[in-house]
Design a protein. Structure first.
Length: 367
């Protein structure tokens, strides 16, 4: 097996790296995680990816509800249910590597990142909502490990700022549309060669569209070096992402289609010129229509961990960089974290709400 996942971004045959995103589809069940990993490798995945979740690194407990088969459930509780700890992650990593595949995992905060580093992972993955979590990006960059960054629900300026934190670190960029499912026509895949040329990086796609093949195949025809797709045993399973994931047979069909080195002309003949052209778009980076409403809500911002009273010093004991999600108000961007720390609250800030400029009208407090 190669030294790390980046050594296989383009293998000797010139094939794109295929990542099976298991996410948290294991539901905290280690046996299911092992079954998913084995099935993904058998279906053609070069790399198997998990998510290392601690709920309090991602969202506030009062962020809102999600509809599940058992009824409305707090999103925070859903994340709590899939917390596994590093030992679980490490055993799955060992299993994936024993099958001859690469292992990759997404951290969501400093604790999970440090635990992954201690496990000896050989590369890191940044999810789209964390693209603006600058303290996390700085932590990852300090490791010097190759890093793949997804760029859904982001602007070109967001991408540029994120990549600027990784000077001297090998990086790759995955174009993504943060919608579940994501409409094919939102993918704007002509953006791929433009991003690669602009930043001088290998690029790929993290695909949430419903068709198992079309978007990945068009992306590879345009030179994509990485394809990431969610993987499940069955769409009837209860993982958060299972409704848009590929079961083994569909994942295998995708992998086979990609490795056949599709051409745009061949795809137009198979899918129709209009449908292929719709996925191509105009190559201009912008928020996709299906993700515009998510911008500032899916991304990170500065939130109160608890109720903050006027006159209280602001710090990491009462603030956190979280996804806003459902019902809370978005806060200041994480790039302002250092400017906020050490100030005093000018007024009360409700538990969980995003920190606004009006909340920090107080003067600096010296250390």
């Amino acid at each position: 097996m190669s030294g790390n996942v980046f050594d296989r971004v383009l293998n000797a045959a010139g094939e794109a790296l295929i990542i099976a995103e298991l996410g948290t589809g294991h539901g905290g069940d280690e046996l299911k995680a092992m079954e998913l990993a084995a099935a993904a490798v058998e279906a053609g995945a070069d790399c198997v990816k998990l998510q290392h979740v601690y709920a309090d690194e991602i969202i506030h407990p009062e962020t809102g509800l999600v509809p599940l088969p058992g009824g409305l459930t707090r999103l925070y509780d859903r994340f709590l249910a899939v917390e596994t700890g590093p030992d679980f992650i490490g055993r799955v990593k060992d299993r994936v590597e024993s099958l001859g595949a690469e292992f990759l995992c997404t951290p969501f905060g400093l604790r999970s990142a440090r635990e992954l580093r201690e496990l000896g992972v050989r590369a890191m993955k940044v999810a789209s909502p964390e693209l603006n979590h600058l303290p996390l990006l700085d932590e990852l960059a300090s490791y010097g490990l190759p890093t793949i960054l997804s760029s859904g629900v982001s602007t070109l300026a967001d991408i540029e700022l994120a990549l600027s934190r990784f000077h001297g670190v090998r990086t790759a960029l995955l174009h993504c549309v943060t919608a579940y499912p994501a409409p094919e026509a939102d993918y704007n895949l002509r953006l791929l060669p433009a991003l690669s040329a602009l930043f001088g990086l290998p690029v790929g796609v993290s695909d949430h569209s419903s068709d198992p093949i079309l978007v990945p195949a068009v992306a590879v025809a345009l030179g994509a070096a990485i394809i990431e797709k969610h993987f499940c045993l069955s769409r009837s399973d209860d993982g958060l992402d299972d409704p848009i994931a590929l079961p083994p047979a569909e994942f295998a069909a995708m992998a086979s289609a990609i490795r056949a080195r599709p051409s745009l002309d061949g795809l137009r003949a198979e899918y129709g010129s209009a449908r292929v052209e719709a996925t191509l778009g105009d190559g201009v980076k912008r928020l996709a229509p299906s993700e515009r409403a998510n911008y500032t809500r899916t991304n990170r911002s500065i939130h109160a961990k608890r109720r903050i009273r006027a006159g209280e010093r602001l710090g990491d004991d009462n603030l956190s960089i979280l996804r806003t999600e459902k019902v809370l108000r978005p806060g200041l961007e994480p790039r302002l974290w250092e400017a906020v720390i050490g100030r005093v609250a000018a007024r009360d800030v409700p538990d969980g709400e995003g920190l606004e400029w009006a909340d920090i009208g107080g003067a600096w407090i010296g250390s």
